[in-house]
Design a protein around this ligand. Structure first.
Ligand code: F6R
Ligand code: ZN
Length: 177
């Protein structure tokens, strides 16, 4: 493992990548964007040494590229954990952005992500990362093997905040509730 560059090595490393074509609908002006479907938004590398079992821990790293879809910064899909008692740590090592956290009732807030900070995410909170910088935002994560993912709720309701560029700076836009 190379901490600062967020790289895992070895045969047991799994990798996934998310392209714009897979998540265009999450962005407010996704369908109007001329960016190619093949544009890579982020990659995730992870290890599951104990399998996806109760009591095991997963360890992974996300590389979220800089960029925007319209005026909205590149972001992860975001999810709740399928088991709501399963918390998670996010540990940024490079780049800058925000971690959005949301309660089931839609209440959303943003935590600034910078290298060296540690974010503890309550298992009941949806979590999404937004890259507001010019470099890849790289963060490690540690979460329980049986946490699972609920992406459908996010695809349906989105988060209570969107992060867009306005006059060259990030601006938080609240969704009407
Ligand atoms: C695992 C976790 C991270 C994310 C990754 C990509 O519980 O939170 O490893 O899976 O940052 O984000 P999503 O999964 O929202 O596409
Ligand atoms: Zn998670």
């Amino acid at each position: 493992m190379v901490w600062d560059s967020g790289r895992l090595q070895g045969e047991s490393v799994s990798t996934s990548r998310k392209t714009l074509g897979q998540v265009r609908g999450l962005y407010l002006h996704g369908s109007a964007s001329t960016l190619d479907d093949d544009t890579v938004l982020y990659t995730v590398e992870w290890l599951a040494p104990g399998g996806l079992t109760e009591g095991s821990l997963l360890w992974g790293c996300t590389h979220l590229n800089p960029g925007r879809v319209g005026d909205e910064y590149f972001m992860t899909h975001g999810h709740y954990h399928a088991i709501s008692s399963r918390a998670e740590y996010y540990l940024p090592v490079s780049g800058s952005g925000v971690l959005l956290r949301m309660e089931r009732d839609g209440r959303t807030w943003a935590e600034e992500m910078i290298a060296g900070k540690v974010h503890y995410i309550d298992g009941r909170h949806a979590h999404r990362v937004v890259n507001t910088g010019l470099e890849p935002l790289i963060f490690w994560a540690c979460w329980p093997g049986d946490a699972g993912y609920d992406y459908a709720s996010i695809a349906e309701t989105g988060f209570g905040l969107r992060v867009v560029e306005h006059d060259g700076k990030p601006l938080w836009i609240e969704k009407a509730r």
